[in-house]
Design a protein around this ligand. Structure first.
Ligand code: ADP
Length: 270
């Protein structure tokens, strides 16, 4: 890996001495490159649905005397508009949490309620594919966190589990106390993730199969959001996956002290 320095030279004193300042630019350049990539990616992702929308609008105009065609094109316009909306929503969520700041006002969050809230929001998509969403072990568990962000993270994991699974399968959402943390796992019987990609799936806009992700309505930001929510909570998200048999994503979050969580008192936070 190459390192680059910005060197500044300033005269010092009256005897021709100079002050040489060498500043390591490597990290700054890396951050700048990541930012440029992100802006380029966002622009591309925004341009695609906007381009499709304007093309569809022209086509609708030409098909004005064919009501069936108009209906079909209108449906596709709605689909593209929805994609734009999801993308903008995800970008807003990400911009709120990606600064690496901890969440401002953590509260007691019921894992059971958060899981069921997330399941409710994914039910329509799951039933369309006859996928059963099954929750277990969530009762009585409490974590420290931001309710809305935790539901968003869980919804993204369940959404993906449904999107990348065949029809008539199961998605199991389970929780268990683990020391001074609570682990919430989302397991599917879906297509799985190749080992070589498992490290990269949490990057913004990284997809194993871009065409498939877009077809299922993915923005490519879901797992980046999950990761930032986990980190903002002082937790983490990990993945286990086998191609062809399924994936399990595990969110580890700080347990809320003094509740039903059976942990030794010395490890209870606060
Ligand atoms: P997307 O909107 O593309 O789903 P995500 O950030 O949520 O974006 O996920 C990134 C990529 O990780 C997906 O495009 C997909 O290739 C892969 N992925 C995520 N969840 C799963 C899963 N449960 N099963 C298989 N692949 C998954």
């Amino acid at each position: 890996e190459s390192t680059s320095f910005a060197v500044r030279v300033a005269p010092l004193g009256t005897h021709g001495q100079v002050l040489v300042l060498a500043e390591d630019q490597t990290e700054r350049q890396r951050v700048e490159a990541v930012r440029r990539d992100f802006v380029a990616n966002v622009s591309h992702e925004l341009k695609t649905p906007v381009g499709a929308l304007s093309l569809l609008a022209e086509t609708v105009e030409d098909a004005a005397d064919d009501p069936e065609a108009v209906r079909r094109f209108a449906g596709r316009m709605q689909h593209e508009a929805a994609r734009l909306t999801y993308l903008v929503q995800d970008l807003i969520t990400l911009s709120r949490i990606q600064g690496g700041e901890p969440i401002p006002a953590p509260e007691q969050v019921s894992v059971d309620e958060a899981v069921h809230e997330a399941i409710d929001r994914c039910n329509t998509k799951a039933s369309a594919k006859d996928i059963a969403l099954v929750a277990g072990g969530t009762e009585g568990l409490k974590v420290w966190g931001d309710d809305e962000l935790l539901v968003t993270a869980l919804r993204n994991l369940i959404d993906n589990a449904v999107a990348y699974s065949p029809e008539h399968t199961r998605v199991v959402i389970s929780a268990r106390p683990a020391g001074d943390t609570v682990e919430v796992s989302v397991s599917d019987q879906g297509i799985g993730i190749p080992e070589s990609a498992q490290e990269r799936i949490f990057e913004r806009f990284f997809r194993v199969d871009a065409a498939r992700s877009r077809a299922t309505g993915g923005t490519g930001l879901g797992l980046a959001i999950v990761k930032h929510v986990a980190v903002a909570h002082g937790g983490e998200v990990t993945v286990w996956s086998k191609e062809g048999s399924g994936s399990t994503f595990t969110l580890r979050l700080p347990a809320f002290g003094g509740q039903a969580v059976p942990v030794p008192s010395t490890t209870i936070p606060q």
